[in-house]
Design a protein around this ligand. Structure first.
Ligand code: BG6
Length: 482
């Protein structure tokens, strides 16, 4: 049997894309609440998540006119009982969700949390346990109270570390009996691709260069994560805490050593936050990169021992696609992961141009297993697709089943190779607002939510064909993939 009995099958969501109820229960606004749907996004490859100071000011001025889809999510806030029952029906062992920081601490500065928010998450966890589902909680899935964006430029400021710790210590103390699996930061490396999304900040406000500002903010996040892990160890007697990156498996465009070298450099770049969070030190390659680029980090006092003491129990990843790297075509200095994704003739693309590559997942799992020696958790993967609700309220999403089947098969093979994989939680298990495009049109779920990009719809939930298929997969512990 490939998957052991404790394998954590489930699905994943994030508060900002799923929860809604943005102005209820005393919740404060988050910086995600100021990202708006841009209609031309699909055609012109505009990324609504890259909010600039000017855009932000404009969004504030036109609060009532713009389509802030993350504020709505898909209204899990009012549907949580029904939603968790659906997950229970599929046989989920775990449910990945995140907590909205501003639901508990509206500005991030309050000494005491907002009681309604605290109770809401108790209710959610209670509901999960009713169906034998272990919550897997991401402490921060991008969103920070917008007050911190406006007043201290988000993660650029070292003050964020204290505010974050106040919040995470509260989470641990309050929910440790109900939650056994935690992730500190969602895709901590995403800040290198979108500084507003991942850092809740504006690089143009910084005295540093944009790249230095990003790496400074990332340093603060790594410290905040390590101190949270340390607190978790000292104040709990059970459970596990992990990190997460958006994993990008890179292939060399040719066997020209220059291409291979460029690919290796990209790989070092993609892995370095996990290197730090699992091994406890900055790898030489990234320090060298800082030196060459003249990036000066204001190192947090005692950072070396903090990072050493705050290493994680498991390494988690999102895995959606792979990238092809060429030294020659990539004249620009890389920053972040998605430098140049050349076409790969061996794989098919999704409707959003993401390469479908299950073998890449097997490669990544083997790579990480050798590199880190800690359990690996695939906490996001899946197919963003156009779905159609038929007149008899069905969704025939065979394409999704095919995608997931191939990826589960690849995980099975990686386990056969000797990899220690602890679970699999496909993204957006119930349809939610897609992050990159701030839209409902791109759907990932086993459950269809009747809502469109503008927020119209009944918000009713409907089981897709993949719902019944995944239920069977879980019931057979990954043996029956037909
Ligand atoms: C991951 C994020 O990067 O990708 C999620 O953690 C996001 O928040 C997911 O939704 C899929 O991306 P998208 O743009 O298709 O929603």
């Amino acid at each position: 049997m490939a998957f052991n009995e404790k394998f954590l099958w489930g699905g994943a969501t994030s508060a900002s894309q799923f929860e809604g109820g943005y102005n209820e229960g005393g919740r404060g606004l988050s910086h995600m609440d100021y990202i708006r749907r841009v209609k031309k996004a699909d055609k012109e490859k505009v990324f609504p998540i890259n909010v600039t100071v000017d855009m932000f000011e404009d969004h504030k001025k036109h609060e009532d006119e713009y389509n802030f889809a993350f504020r709505r999510g898909v209204d899990f806030y009012h549907h949580y009982k029904e939603d968790i029952a659906l997950l229970g029906e599929m046989g989920f062992k775990t449910f990945r969700m995140s907590i909205s920081w501003s639901r508990l601490f509206p500005t991030g500065l309050e000494e005491k949390p907002c009681e309604d928010g605290v109770q809401f998450y108790h209710n959610v966890f209670k509901e999960c346990h009713k169906y034998g589902i272990e919550p897997l909680v991401t402490m921060i899935h991008y969103e920070i109270p917008v007050y911190l964006t406006e007043t201290i430029n988000g993660w650029e400021s070292p003050k964020m570390i204290d505010y974050f710790l106040h919040y995470t210590k509260f989470l641990i103390d309050e929910y440790k009996d109900e939650v056994n699996y935690w992730i500190t930061f969602n895709e901590i490396n995403m800040i290198m691709n979108s500084s507003y999304l991942g850092g809740g900040m504006f690089v143009e406000k910084s005295k540093k260069t944009p790249e230095a500002c990003i790496h400074q903010a990332l340093h603060h996040q790594l410290i905040a994560s390590a101190l949270t892990v340390k607190y978790f160890r000292e104040h709990t007697s059970k459970g596990m805490i992990g990190n997460m990156i958006c994993r990008l498996q890179n292939y060399a465009y040719t066997c020209n050593p220059e291409d291979v070298l460029a690919t290796q450099q990209q790989s070092q770049f993609n892995y370095f936050p996990t290197d730090i969070q699992v091994k406890g030190t900055y790898p030489t390659s990234i320090l060298n990169y800082y030196r060459k680029k003249g990036i000066e980090i204001d190192w947090y006092p005692g950072y070396e021992s903090i990072l050493k003491e705050g290493t994680v129990d498991f390494a988690s990843i999102s895995y959606y696609h792979t990238a092809v790297i060429s030294a020659e075509l990539d004249k620009a200095e890389p920053i972040g992961a998605f430098i140049r994704n050349l076409e790969n003739p061996y794989i098919k693309m999704t409707d959003w141009g993401w390469g479908i590559d299950p073998t890449g997942l097997r490669i990544t799992l083997n790579d990480m297993n050798d590199r880190y020696g800690v359990p690996i958790f695939i906490v996001e993967n899946g197919l963003g697709a156009h779905d159609e609700l038929t007149s008899d309220n069905n969704v025939h999403d065979n394409y999704r089943i095919e995608y997931l089947r191939a990826h589960i098969q690849a995980i099975k093979e990686a386990i056969g190779d000797g990899c220690n994989v602890m679970g699999y939680t496909p993204w957006g298990c119930i349809d939610l607002v897609s992050c990159g495009d701030c839209q409902m049109t791109k759907r990932y779920g086993f459950v269809y939510v009747d809502a469109d990009d503008e927020g119209n719809g009944t918000y009713q939930r409907y089981r897709k064909d993949s719902f019944y298929w995944y239920k069977k997969v879980i019931a057979s512990n990954g043996e029956d993939l037909d």
